[in-house]
Design a protein around this ligand. Structure first.
Ligand code: HEM
Length: 505
């Protein structure tokens, strides 16, 4: 077979596979942005890849309150952008609009990490054990955070000089080590190789997965996934490092009912014994650790770095946050900070909520695969096999809800209220509360169970930072532009932030 025939054969296989995939076709009966034939929609897909966020925004304002289908490279998606449609999406059951089905197909993690990656027994553990133990966890996480600032920042600062730090790289290692104090404990959370694998895992597999979804025909995904896995070996590498600790925890549990070590490994083992299930194997637990790190790290790190860029470009905010932190937290003894005191830092909370509103992880969130035909409450139908998602960036920048929606107003959510209303329960504007106009943590049955942990970690990092350092951008007042790839958004990956030990009082 000559090269041309081989090429024609491969292209035909590719197109035939695509033609059979209904997610690649616009939903009939709904308006669609651009061309809707399978071939021409690829042109749209390429354009939207370059111009993703603006294309979504334009389409949302063009179609008003209507649902429409939006073309992405590799699939079409029905976009939801009004509160009532979002409510319908969140209320739909998993066997009609499936998150797991959408994630498996869109992220391709079963191929890039392994088929067991999609198991979900860590989710109730985060929702219950981890959230219940948050106050007890705090001292050890605070201790780890201080170690990180000493290890990654203080060792590089010279006298009172401004020193540049590559923000995303530095913070992703610091967040990884600190969060993993709660996931795997000491000493593994400080292990260089462990930090290396877990902190880069999400970006590596998300990139590989989207390439696979967009360009690799269905029938070739398994073999290509096997090759990818044999090169990156994420699961094998975590297993090698975590297995001795997992075995030790299992032994501890056999000998005594008292478990001195509280972390994700222990809670996962407890959950299995509580429900009389078989004890999960080290292989299975290592896969859960990868999954927990996947959902926890890239989200928290990106949002924190977005917030840091806002702060460093606007040093006047540092003084306000510092003043609040000094009133509520003991600067010289972070080990005495409590969950309640961090909770009362309303300006800090609003700063992160505004960051989550303005700087999304993706302009499209809550992806769902219609497993059966689904009807929205206004009667619009989506047929089985099509994708639905929320245009969350457009929702969170709706001028009817948020005045001057494109402006970053850090204290937008600090509403003057009485002392009593500032109590944790009575404060509806806190960053972890969700609504149809603020879906940063999702909604409905898949609402993010890790949001309390994320909020606590980001707030303690920022409080420590403003109490101990001054920060600014290399070019005064200039925030580095976000980086977009299709709907995905990252804070500038190569930008530096200048740090020095606190001098301004
Ligand atoms: C700023 C940080 C975070 C953001 C913005 C975020 C956002 C989200 C969103 C939007 C969803 C819903 C996805 C959907 O419905 O399709 C979600 C789900 C989830 N998140 Fe988070 N998340 C963050 C941090 C975390 C952390 C720290 C953890 C774990 C410790 C975590 C664990 C999870 C899990 C397990 C789910 C799936 C829940 C389910 O399927 O029922 N997240 N997150």
């Amino acid at each position: 077979m000559n090269t041309l025939s081989l090429f024609v054969l491969l292209v035909s296989i590719f197109l035939v596979t695509k033609l059979y995939d209904r997610g690649c076709q616009a939903q009939r009966g709904l308006p669609s942005n651009g061309f809707s034939s399978v071939f021409s929609s690829y042109i749209n897909g390429i354009l939207d890849c370059v111009d993703g966020r603006d294309a979504i925004r334009r389409a949302c304002s063009k179609y008003g309150n209507e649902l429409f289908t939006f073309c992405q490279l590799g699939n079409w998606v029905v976009l939801v952008h009004t509160p009532h449609h979002l409510r319908d999406l969140c209320n739909a059951s998993e066997d009609i609009l499936s998150m797991e089905g959408a994630a498996a197909e869109l992220l391709q993690l079963g191929n890039t990490v392994g088929p067991e990656f999609g198991e979900t027994y860590h989710i109730p553990v985060i929702r219950t054990s981890m959230n219940l133990h948050m106050a007890q966890l705090l001292p050890s996480i605070l201790n780890e955070m201080e170690c990180c600032f000493k290890r990654y920042v203080d060792t590089r600062l010279v006298g009172g000089e401004w020193t540049p730090f590559k923000a995303l790289d530095t913070l992703s290692r610091m967040m990884c080590q600190t969060s993993n104090r709660a996931f795997v404990g000491l000493p593994l959370c400080r292990n260089e190789e462990y930090i290396d694998v877990t902190s880069r895992f999400a970006s590596q597999v998300l990139f590989a997965g989207s390439i696979m979804k967009m360009l690799v025909p269905r029938m070739l995904r398994k073999p290509i996934g096997l090759i990818y896995r044999s090169i990156y070996r994420h699961h094998r590498r975590i297993l090698k490092l975590a297995k001795p600790i997992i075995e030790e925890r299992k032994k501890e549990r056999h000998f005594s009912k008292e478990h001195p070590t509280e972390d994700m490994i222990g809670w996962l083992l407890d959950a299995a014994s509580d429900s009389d299930e078989f004890e999960p194997s080290a292989e299975s637990l290592a896969m859960r650790l990868l999954n927990v790190n996947f959902v926890a790290l890239h989200t928290t790190t990106k949002i924190f770095v977005h917030a840091l860029y806002h702060l460093a470009a606007n040093p006047q905010y540092i003084l306000e946050l510092r003043q609040e932190a000094e009133q509520l937290l003991d600067k010289d003894h972070p080990d005495r900070w409590s969950k309640e005191a961090l909770g009362r830092c309303v300006k800090l909370d609003s700063f992160f909520k505004e960051t989550l509103r303005v700087n999304v992880i993706s302009a499209l969130t809550l992806p769902r695969l219609a497993v059966k035909d689904f009807r929205f409450s206004d009667g619009t139908q989506v047929s089985a096999g099509h994708y639905v998602a929320c245009a969350s960036e457009a929702v969170q920048r709706d001028s009817k809800v948020y005045p001057s929606p494109d402006e970053f107003r850090p204290f937008r959510f600090v509403v003057p209220t009485s002392e009593e209303e500032h109590s944790l329960q009575g404060w509806p504007n806190r960053m972890t509360s969700t609504s149809e106009t603020f879906p940063a943590f999702g909604g409905g049955r898949h609402l993010c169970p890790g949001r309390f942990f994320a909020a606590m970690v980001m707030k303690m990092f920022m409080a420590y930072l403003v109490l101990n350092y001054d920060v600014k951008m290399p070019r005064d007042g200039v925030r580095p532009a976000d980086e977009w790839l299709g709907p995905l958004c990252s804070p500038a990956t190569r930008a530096h932030v200048l740090f020095r030990k606190r001098q301004v009082l």
